[in-house]
Ligand binder design. Structure first.
Ligand code: FAD
Ligand code: 2HG
Ligand code: ZN
Length: 471
């Protein structure tokens, strides 16, 4: 195995291979702190050719590879297992923005570019790269593509899959597929790029991408709205769509429990409304510099909502600073829940018409499994996607861990019965690989295994992620 380490050192340069446990520590544990493993080495290639050399060497040696971007994934897909046999391949040095073409509406980037840097580059060209996640200061485009990330702009612009035109991928044996096409139309066979989007590092390493840009939307009208129920929130979505049309950019939900955690744990957070409510919605309209009717449209939405009993109060942002503080209430929930203690995450989606009844049915079921368990429910209600994340009963972190399997099974069974999905946007990673397969048909799992076997016949790319190991 020294041979392999020598080859990797030659491939990436002496300063870019880590083998010391302390140096590797940040690469083997994820953002949640729940998923932790061990690695044989961490390599940090600086170019596509270096990635190709690393994969060719690992392929020849039969050594598994775990691709890693910003390490913000929430399902344990970007960190190695506990065997210590894998090489972690970090894209952190591949941060070049290769090209911005505002007229064609494209930006071409290395996979290690941080999402926020893509947003800034687009803004500097008077364009918008719409993807927006709470982790955008750390997550990378490669990770976004590999997880087909969602976020708060999906309602208007779609998931990552809809934002990509071309990809460059290093295959498990070290060959490079140059699919960096900037074409809107290309009907010349299977859409190979779509295989890699959402593949969670199990088919190859994404090294570059051509992404779509959109007209800039510098104008915003934003409100934090108290609503009585999920049902009211879903009805309010209809009202907002009717009044705002294509200007409706964000429609996010949070329950009171989520807001309480933010108020308790995030410095500077304050409740913008006088009276507490069971549920809240963050609504934002966005438009071009010439769109001056956004405030009126928002007011029409809120007036109609109050008249129809869909909202009880609202705080409207009167300045960019107020807008940021309303957004912080939504974006701060993950962090606040982590500070609170043990959390069991569920990233579920159901047909939007059944979301409200599903959410209200779950509470009593879970209370039976673990009395005092606290559902912290929030997310992208406009997309039918809830983060149904359970906090432990007060002082009961160990009880939550002990009941985790039963709680998750109750939630997933109910989601499956409602024709939903157990992972709307975070992927399956290591945590949910087995559950993911168990809720799919045998035919679907066979097809997925056939794709995996065709592209990675030796099973060296992120084994145990997305698909459970056989046997
Ligand atoms: P990593 O965590 O490093 O990796 C994630 C997966 O992608 C792993 O399986 C890894 O092997 C694979 N991978 C990474 N890079 C490559 C590559 N170049 N080639 C092939 N495979 C690769 N997610 C959402 O969808 N919506 C949200 O709103 C959202 N909000 C978040 C908020 C917070 C506070 C946090 C911590 C996370 C959030 N996430 C969200 C989850 C996470 O940020 C996304 O999944 C993101 O896309 C991961 O990017 P990353 O670069 O950190 O990838
Ligand atoms: C969000 O929407 C993210 O805030 C993170 O998808 C959800 O931490 C989570 O479970
Ligand atoms: Zn989310």
């Amino acid at each position: 195995m020294t041979d392999l380490l020598d080859q990797l050192r030659t491939a990436v340069g002496d300063g870019h291979i880590l083998t010391d446990e302390a140096d590797m520590a940040a690469y083997v544990v994820d953002w949640t702190g729940v998923h932790a493993g061990r690695a044989r080495a961490v390599v940090r290639p600086g170019s596509t050719d270096e990635v190709a050399a690393v994969l060719a060497a690992c392929h020849a040696a039969g050594v598994p590879v775990v691709p890693q971007g910003g390490n913000t994934g929430l399902v344990g897909g970007g960190v190695p297992d506990s065997s210590g046999s894998s090489v972690v391949l970090s894209l952190g040095r591949m941060r070049t923005i290769r090209d911005v073409d505002p007229v064609a509406g494209t930006i071409t980037v290395d996979a290690g570019v941080v999402l926020a840097d893509v947003q800034v580059a687009a803004e500097e060209a008077d364009r918008l790269f719409p993807m927006s996640l709470g982790s955008e200061g750390s997550c990378t485009i490669g990770g976004n593509l590999a997880t087909n990330a969602g976020g708060t702009a999906v309602l208007r612009y779609g998931m990552t899959r809809e934002l990509v035109l071309g990809l460059e991928v290093v295959l498990p044996d070290g060959r490079v597929w140059d699919g960096m096409r900037a074409l809107r139309k290309d009907n010349t066979g299977y859409s190979l790029k779509d295989l890699f989007v959402g593949s969670e590092g199990t088919l190859g390493v994404i090294t570059g991408a051509v992404l779509r840009l959109f007209p800039a939307t510098p104008r915003h009208a934003t409100a934090w709205v108290a609503v009585p129920s999920v049902e009211a929130a879903v009805s309010l979505l209809g009202t907002a769509q009717q009044h705002a049309g294509a200007h409706l950019a964000t429609f996010e939900i949070a329950n009171r429990q989520a807001l309480d955690l933010v108020l308790a744990h995030l410095p500077g957070a304050s409740d913008p409304l006088a009276e507490p409510s069971d549920w809240y919605v963050l609504v934002e309209l966005a438009g071009a510099a010439s769109d001056d009717g956004l405030d009126d449209a928002l007011e029409a939405i809120l007036t109609s909502a109050v008249d129809d009993g869909l909202a009880t109060d609202a705080a409207v942002a009167g300045s960019p600073a107020q807008r940021s503080s309303l957004w912080a209430l939504r974006e701060g929930i993950s962090e606040a829940q982590k500070v609170e203690g043990a959390t069991l995450k569920h990233d579920v989606t159901l047909p939007i018409a059944s979301l409200a009844s599903w959410a209200s049915s779950m509470g009593p079921i879970l209370e039976e499994v673990l009395p005092g368990v606290r559902p912290v429910t929030y997310g992208h209600v406009g997309d039918g996607n809830l983060h149904y994340n359970l906090s432990a009963p007060v002082g009961g972190d160990d009880d939550l861990r002990a009941a985790a399997h039963d709680l998750s099974t109750a939630i997933y069974d109910s989601v499956a019965a409602g024709h939903g999905s157990i992972s709307a946007e975070h992927g399956l990673g290591r945590t949910k690989a087995a559950a993911g397969a168990s809720y799919k048909s045998a035919v679907e799992v066979d097809l997925m295994r056939a794709v995996k076997a065709a592209l990675d016949p030796r099973g060296l790319m992120n084994p145990g992620v997305l698909l459970p190991r056989l046997g």
